[in-house]
Design a protein around this ligand. Structure first.
Ligand code: SF4
Length: 369
């Protein structure tokens, strides 16, 4: 099974509860209709562009996955990483375990993706994950894999705990993307050790302009020997914190890259939903629902999303009530023009926004496979 049953059932129950009783204070639109609040705005679109009113779920905002960055320090300087650049002045700071747990309690998301920086550089990562599991949360620990072997003894295997290892290609391409030789081999050693000890392990791949999709197929074939639990895929997006814009994709590039993704999805266990893959290959449109994946880090709650920073808020409540959500997304803000990133659109897929007939069945069979 792609996900543990507890995760699929828990998520379905959580979504249903929030669909039926959305918090009214989180649903208010703040952007004035003349579009004056956002200096980068092109125009505010009250409709989807083809004359169809926004899906009602757009106004049922609630978080699904907390993107938690306990620190921004990292042992690598990957080409496409914005964090080590945007947070250069606070790179030595880190959140306390209590701050991380408070953020999780505050937003109430059922899943937490612990990223960074490199979370395995965080001294109390083992204790923090144990505390989160005790709160019945599901965890994705997103790591470059280099310290997995060294710190594995600080964790216990749990069906709700996934070690998510970053791999952008086979050895040569991956080491080039992370700008250091030997990283791929070390990540594979960590992956092997984690699987041998009974941990759930997934991989996370960012697709850049230079990515050869046939090489990703080769990568997934290679990983079959380790019985990796699932593979996550997302197109890279060139937001302002990253200088090298040459490596990022336009919407047309993304659709070209993902046009044959169904073949990969049939062969390998992808954790990317079929709905989101449909969006990536151009079969459907999805709106941005960045509120579904809120980001918390040393500066506070980052608004509006993982990629763009217009503000940091002290509380989750402020993020939800003071962000003009309807000002963002394709057609509303020039910075969002080519964004099709996982963090902005996977929540739309999970919530059934712009659903097509048969989607629910497809999603259920996919999740249980
Ligand atoms: S489309 Fe959404 S996720 Fe992407 S940059 Fe804009 S606000 Fe962020």
């Amino acid at each position: 099974m792609r996900f543990p049953l507890s995760m699929t059932a828990g998520m379905a129950g959580y979504i249903l509860k929030n669909k039926l009783r959305p918090r009214p204070e989180w649903q208010k639109d703040l952007a004035p209709k003349d579009g004056a609040s956002n200096p980068f705005r092109i125009l505010h679109q009250p409709h989807t562009g083809n004359g169809v009113a926004h899906h009602p779920m757009i106004h049922k905002r609630f978080p699904l996955v907390l993107m938690l960055e306990p620190l921004h320090a990292c042992n690598l300087t990957c080409t496409g990483c914005g964090r080590i650049r945007e947070y250069e002045d606070s790179i030595t700071q880190r959140l306390s375990v209590d701050q991380c747990l408070k953020a999780l309690d505050e937003c109430g998301a059922p899943i937490v993706s612990i990223c960074g920086g490199e979370p395995l550089l965080y001294p109390e990562i083992g204790r923090m994950c144990a505390e989160m599991l005790a709160r019945n949360k599901h965890i994705y620990l997103c790591t470059n894999g280099m310290f997995v072997k060294k710190r594995l003894h600080e964790f216990k295997p749990d069906p709700r705990f996934f070690i998510n290892i970053h791999l952008d290609g086979m050895e040569q391409s991956h080491d080039l993307a992370v700008e250091r030789k030997g990283v791929f081999q070390q990540a594979i050693e960590g992956l092997r050790a984690a699987k041998e000890k009974g941990f759930k392990v997934t991989t996370n791949t960012t697709v850049y302009k230079e990515t050869d999709m046939r090489e990703l197929e080769q990568l997934f074939e290679y990983l079959e020997q380790f019985d990796v639990d699932a593979h996550m895929l997302s197109p890279a997006y060139g937001y302002s914190a990253v200088n090298d814009r040459e490596i990022f994709l336009t919407r047309d590039d993304v659709r070209e890259k993902f046009k044959d993704i169904d073949r990969l999805a049939r062969r390998f266990r992808l954790s990317t939903t079929p709905t989101y893959l449909g969006f990536l290959k151009g079969d459907r449109e999805l709106p941005c629902t960045a509120w579904g994946n809120p980001t918390y880090n040393v500066k506070g709650w980052k608004g509006p999303c993982y990629l763009i920073t217009d503000a940091h808020y002290e509380t989750f409540e402020e993020l939800m009530t003071r962000t003009p959500w309807e000002s963002y997304g394709h057609g509303n803000d020039s910075r969002c023009e080519h964004c099709m990133a996982h963090c902005g659109f996977e929540p739309s897929a999970a919530l059934g926004i712009n659903a097509q007939p048969g989607d629910n069945w497809k999603l259920l069979t996919w999740a249980l496979k």
